[in-house]
Design a binder for this molecule. Structure first.
Ligand code: ATP
Ligand code: MG
Length: 795
């Protein structure tokens, strides 16, 4: 039976805990109002995605509202261009602030009045020292500051001077307005902070209306208060500003419940720069092609590279919210991108470094058209296209080796290889030019092997992608690497000049003359593809055209960065036939535990897996069976046949639920994210239990979303999935009757709030919606909930 779970649902992070407690205690009458307050002085970056998702996400979850507010109090660096681009980028991310768009500069009049309030209360004074004098008299961390000689000016004199500042009677720097707090405060920001300064500058929205401008510490808290913000969430660099945030609001006269500031750790990513001020010099110096350079961590850059917005949202969700800073390995971001693309990108064939193949025994002329599926079996999409097959083809140069290294599984002189979706071919002759460079391979094809099978059961080692020579499309392909050679995160942000020296000269590789299968010519421009075995790609929206195909690599198929840094080799573009590398020490890479941290020292695990299979033929048999008989993707088959323990677990799960691709997805995607660095053997349940859970989802008893919570519980303490679903109250909620019963329970649990609501506090609806959503673990539709709640409450 459903339970309301009041007080038992743990909030996801410490900020949500605070908001939840405030909602429950009725601190703001159940209201939750948050805001995202960028300064329009550059373009948004992925750090902002964290702030936006947190602010907007909390408001949505607690039935509140969120504001987009441009914090445009600094005339010198701000611009309409940035205002527009930021809005566009936030929309692209998938958030809509509706009518709640605000500009701090619209409050200049009110802010000025608040400043007069402080002056009249004797809490602010006009200081006529120079900027240098003010700085020098502020003291140091170990020594107190010295009072300004103007600190004791009378209220009348202060008011007169401040009004004349407003009336533009003075030059820049002649006076400032300062808070009268404490020149000996241990918090340097509290030593009579400057609140207003004179700037004869043109403001992009206010024009020449103002020649005094408020400083952040004075303005920000008041903007929050004007808008009725409840929880003012910002990144950790503002911790010391909290004291002045509170001082200004209290001094001006805002009483509880007033806004409060809470800080969370900034997002920092290895080898990336996440601050507008630090990105700007790179753009200005031409180190990148613009704010939308695909190597930048700006939203423009990601968008141009082809990164889907949901991947960025998922990424910041994976990172989570904490108080302490930690630098995230960029491999985690790549993982989040692949995770989305893996389930949506059609697979097509492309050859980046073409080597010509002539099939001597194949007919001359047009050849045939082979049907090739767009998606592997474990992707929930279907579709296929025809690929023309003919006598002349291209394969990847790296898929042939005249003198193969040990373990080489592709084409060698006299050897066979399978052409994806086509035939098995044998290399009969290697043709070279005068310099000894291989220019062509003469091969024969086996007509009996159409589709790739070998009727006589002979083993063919590898499968390679190809494109038909005559029909191939020519394309330019751009591969991207990390923009910086080494650490370029927060610590270095104050020295933008140094960043220029750290730019990785190989961060972009342009390949001319790649060959792509002809089907892509018919697709929409924004199709994101997987070029088989090479990576995810899409057409560059800026430089590409119908005449000229230009593809950006969004992300390689597997991480190659860990391997390179492990060998401490300089960053170099990886070879096009990248071998797979998965950061892991256990059988399957973990989503959260494994991608972070020690990944850079780890060896190429998939190479280890390949080696393990060579050494242990029973693993090789499993791999073959999983990829052919069970129809798993090569990636999944590879991961699940990594060891006997993994294979046994998988097969035990299949006993309980005979849907290989579903079970594989549970194991590879969900379980690995939850179990951290723990091996399968360390889990308090076995494969059967995982299979049983998958069966409950397939049978409609529990939503896949809610089943993840069950799995999380199982990882912690074991247990029978069916019992857990019942115990945790996760039975799928799909009809109004079930929902109505949850609603009744929620209303019963909050009698006081129900009375308040009926007495007119309509904004409590947010609290009720939030509680119902929590009780159903998000399994209900919030719109329906709101509707039913309103009806119930009117009764
Ligand atoms: P600047 O370099 O101009 O300070 P910024 O990149 O820090 O730019 P702001 O306009 O100062 O961006 O920040 C807007 C909001 O986004 C703030 O609330 C800030 O706390 C948040 N924010 C900025 N950078 C990050 C980040 N890396 N991680 C999380 N939040 C961030
Ligand atoms: Mg900032």
């Amino acid at each position: 039976m459903m339970s309301t779970n009041k007080g038992h649902t743990p909030a996801r992070d410490f900020i949500r805990q605070i908001v939840k407690a405030d909602v429950e205690s009725g601190r703001y009458d159940g209201r939750v109002v948050t805001r995202f307050p960028p300064e329009p002085n550059g373009y948004l970056h992925v750090g902002h995605v964290k702030a936006i998702s947190l602010n907007f996400g909390i408001a949505e979850e607690f039935g509140g509202r969120y504001h987009l507010r441009f914090d445009d109090t600094n005339p010198e660096s701000e611009d309409e261009e940035y205002v527009l681009s930021m809005q566009e980028d936030i929309r692209w991310l998938g958030f809509d602030w509706g009518e709640h768009l605000y500009f701090a500069s619209d409050y200049f009049g009110q802010l000025y009045d608040f400043a007069e309030v402080l002056v009249k209360k004797g809490l602010a004074y006009v200081d006529s020292q120079s900027g240098v004098e003010i700085r020098e008299s502020r003291g140091t961390v170990t020594e107190p500051g010295v009072d300004s000689p103007y600190r004791m000016r009378s209220t009348e004199e202060n008011l007169d001077l401040f009004r004349r500042m407003r009336a533009c009677e003075f030059e820049d720097g002649a006076h400032v307005l300062r808070g009268k707090i404490d020149m000996a405060s241990p918090n340097m920001l509290m030593r009579d902070p400057v609140l207003y300064r004179i700037r004869h500058a043109h403001h992009y929205r206010q024009g020449d209306e103002w020649c005094i401008y408020p400083l952040y510490d004075f303005a920000h808290c008041l903007e929050d208060a004007i808008e009725g913000v409840t929880h003012s969430l910002c990144s950790i660099e503002f911790t010391n500003n909290r004291e002045i945030y509170d001082w200004v609001l209290e001094s001006v006269g805002f009483e509880e419940p007033r806004p409060h500031q809470y800080e969370f750790a900034r997002l920092e990513i290895q080898n990336a720069v996440l601050s507008k001020r630090s990105i700007l010099p790179l753009v200005e110096a031409g180190a990148v092609s613009g704010w939308d350079d695909p190597r930048l961590s700006t939203l423009r850059g990601f968008r141009r590279r082809g990164v889907p917005p949901e991947a960025l949202r998922n990424f910041v969700g994976m990172v989570g919210i904490a108080r302490t800073e930690s630098t995230i390995d960029v491999a985690k971001l790549d993982f989040a991108i692949r995770d989305v693309l893996n389930d949506s990108a059609p697979r097509v064939m492309a050859v980046l470094d073409p080597l010509k193949i002539v099939l001597s025994n194949y007919v001359e002329g047009p050849g045939e058209v082979l049907e090739a599926p767009y998606y592997p079996h474990d992707v929930p999409l279907q579709g296929s296209r025809g690929v023309p097959f003919s006598r002349e083809l291209y394969i990847e140069r790296a898929d042939f080796a005249e003198n193969p290294p040990k373990g080489f599984r592709r084409l060698v002189p006299g050897g066979e290889v399978r052409l994806r979706y086509a035939y098995v071919i044998r290399c009969e002759e290697v043709v070279k030019d005068a310099e000894g460079k291989i220019v062509e391979l003469r091969c024969s094809y086996d007509a009996e092997t159409r589709g790739g099978g070998t009727p006589d059961g002979r083993k063919v080692k590898g499968t390679v992608q190809w494109v038909p020579a005559q029909h191939a499309l020519d394309a330019e392909v751009r591969l991207y690497e990390r923009l910086f050679l080494d650490g370029a995160s927060q610590a270095e942000q104050d020295e933008p000049v140094d960043l220029l020296a750290r730019v990785n000269p190989k961060s972009i590789t342009v390949i001319e003359g790649a060959k792509i299968e002809p089907s892509v010519a018919d697709d929409p421009d924004d199709t994101r593809y997987q070029f088989e075995r090479t990576g995810y790609f899409w057409r560059d929206p800026v430089d590409g055209s119908v005449e000229r195909l230009v593809f950006n690599r969004i992300v390689p198929l597997k991480d190659s960065w860990g391997r390179k840094t492990a060998k401490s080799a300089p960053a170099s573009p990886e070879s096009v036939s990248s071998s797979t590398v998965i950061p892991v020490d256990a059988e399957i890479p973990t989503r959260s535990g494994g991608v972070k941290g020690p990944i850079r020292e780890r060896p190429a695990v998939s190479e280890q897996r390949a080696a393990a299979r060579t050494a242990d033929p029973s693993l090789a048999t499993r791999f073959e069976r999983y990829s052919t008989e069970l129809g798993l993707s090569t990636e999944h088959a590879d991961l699940l046949s990594a060891s006997h323990a993994t294979g046994d677990f998988f097969e035990a799960a299949l006993e309980a639920h005979a849907e290989p691709s579903e079970v594989a997805a549970w194991m590879v995607t969900d379980l690995r994210g939850l179990r951290g660095d723990r091996g399968l053997a360390g889990l308090p349940f076995g494969g059967e239990a995982l299979g049983a859970l998958a069966a409950l989802v397939a049978g409609g008893r529990v939503s896949r979303r809610a089943a993840k919570d069950v799995l999380a519980r199982m990882v912690e303490q074991g247990g029978d999935p069916s019992d857990l679903v019942a115990e945790m109250g996760l039975e799928q909620v799909d009809d109004h009757e079930a929902l109505q019963s949850v609603i009744s329970q929620v209303l019963e649990a909050w009698p006081d709030k129900v009375d308040d609501y009926r007495a007119g506090k309509k904004n409590l609806i947010g609290l009720f919606v939030g509680e119902v959503m929590k009780a159903t673990h998000g399994a209900a539709d919030p719109k329906a909930v709101r509707g039913l709640l309103t009806t119930s409450l009117e009764e």
